[in-house]
Design a protein. Structure first.
Length: 128
């Protein structure tokens, strides 16, 4: 862990509101805010990009969506977010374009890949 306060701020960001209005009103916007914050705040010594993409994808799964993307798409997306190539709206659109309802999404390799990616990331973080 490099910066616990950055981690806390990143986790809290998707749930922010002002005057009774949510800053990020939908699942993909929530995932984008979380992903961007984890990628750019660097709360961990290593694995910030992997963690941002993985936790953003996991957050969508709690809303009933599965992220379907190839390993290369996930890696490219994480790099683009981390390097500031994508703004928050573009990150949200990426999630929108790659998320399908868990009831209608293709099961199999892509969903398994996302789950595996989450497990590998959590394992890597446990070693830090």
């Amino acid at each position: 862990m490099r910066d616990l306060e950055s981690l806390k701020a990143a986790i809290e960001r998707p749930w922010g509101s002002s005057f009774g209005r949510e800053h990020f009103p939908g699942p993909c916007q929530n995932a984008a805010a979380l992903c961007e914050s984890l990628n750019r705040r660097y709360p961990f010594v290593n694995g910030n990009k992997r963690t941002g993409v993985t936790i953003g994808s996991y957050l969508l799964s709690t809303f009933g969506y599965e992220v379907e993307a190839t390993q290369q798409e996930l890696e490219d997306f994480g790099m683009d977010v981390g390097q500031g190539v994508l703004d928050l709206g573009q990150i949200s659109r990426w999630f929108e374009n790659h998320a399908e309802s868990a009831r209608t999404s293709r099961k199999g390799a892509m969903c398994a890949l996302t789950t595996l990616y989450l497990c590998v990331t959590l394992h890597a973080l446990a070693g830090e």
